[in-house]
Design a protein around this ligand. Structure first.
Ligand SMILES: [Zn+2]
Length: 332
């Protein structure tokens, strides 16, 4: 028996040494993608497919330029979603594709992300009203990043209701360069978040705003509480996902480091709910509808997972970014 134990220990030590000896040489982009696939499991397929698998995966060619010229508003039937109460104090006011949320507190409402301009009035303003909430109580508008699908409603909520718009420093700079004729208009600078992040507190609820540059230079992610039938759950909200930034190794390193930072913040806060701002990544529209159905005793909320599942999200997104960075480095 003692011999067997010694043999097992020796084998384990030898294996560990081999793994150590091999690891620097054997870390390849493909291996990182395989690790990311394991981390994603069946919990995070949308984001994994988008950033680790074709057409955005390794060796992706140059991208087509963004469309120019007058923008057409897509047919309402393709995007409109009814508003839903999802937690005791958290409401879905997004489209089927893009998420916008209202976090209610005793002193007013925090809106997270604001959709394209064509959707912000029917989804956010009319949605809140339909849910029995008053859009005049919107105090803060948090913009995860300055891309039109998340920020075009900001100027409307600011000018009509006096809400304070919160954005990352680099994204404010980009926003303020837009012409006044930009879709949805241009919000005025309110609260600028630097690399150190900030906390927004309203009515006793605090949102930890974390700078996670990568998707854009000013991307913000959030940690905040919601309540499920009175029980507090902590949300980790990833503010930027796709790799549609300039394809430079350094940008992937910045993105990778932000995933690690956000994963650490989520772990420290004990987050068991993972959210992003596209249904493609977190199935927000599906989960919002599932949340309307009765639950059996002890059955979890459709958005609730566990701390490890939330960790695997950021592990996966960091690995996908590192795979891209490494593939660019080895191509040089
Ligand atoms: Zn974006």
């Amino acid at each position: 028996m003692r011999h067997r134990l010694l043999a097992v220990a020796a084998f384990a030590a030898a294996t560990a040494m081999t793994a150590r000896a091999q690891s620097p040489a054997s870390v390849t982009p493909e291996r990182l993608v395989a690790e990311a696939k394991r981390a994603a499991g069946l919990d995070h397929p949308g984001t994994f497919l988008r950033i680790c698998v074709a057409p955005d995966n390794l060796n992706a060619g140059p991208r087509p330029p963004p469309p120019t010229g007058p923008r057409t508003v897509p047919d309402r039937g393709t995007w409109y979603a009814a508003p839903y109460k999802v937690f005791d104090d958290f409401y879905f006011v997004g489209t089927r594709i893009h998420s916008a949320w209202a976090l209610t507190t005793r002193d007013g409402i925090v809106v997270i992300d604001t959709l394209f301009d064509y959707a912000s009035e029917p989804e956010i303003v009319d949605g809140l009203t339909a849910l029995g909430l008053d859009p005049r109580n919107i105090k803060y508008v948090l913009i995860s990043h300055a891309h039109g699908d998340h920020d075009q409603g900001a100027a409307l909520l600011q000018s009509r209701y006096g809400a304070k718009v919160v954005m990352g420093a680099a994204d404010w700079d980009a926003t303020l360069e837009r012409p006044a004729t930009a879709a949805g208009g241009v919000p005025k600078r309110d609260i600028t978040v630097g690399s150190e992040g900030t906390k927004i507190t309203l009515g006793g609820t605090t949102i930890d705003v974390i700078a996670t540059p990568g998707h854009t230079r000013g991307t913000l992610s959030y940690i905040f509480p919601v309540h499920d039938k009175g029980r507090t759950l902590t949300v980790a909200y990833a503010g930027g996902t796709a790799f549609n930034f300039p394809r430079e190794a350094q940008n992937f390193a910045i993105y990778r480091d932000s995933q690690k930072k956000m994963g650490g913040a989520a772990r420290a806060a004990g987050a068991t709910v993972l959210m992003t701002n596209h249904s493609e990544f977190d199935r927000a529209y599906d989960r919002a509808r599932l949340a309307q159905l009765p639950r059996a005793a002890g059955e979890k909320h459709p958005y609730e997972t566990d701390a490890a599942t939330v960790q695997r999200y950021f592990e996966m997104s960091g690995l996908c970014a590192e795979a891209q960075r490494l593939s660019m480095e080895s191509a040089n």
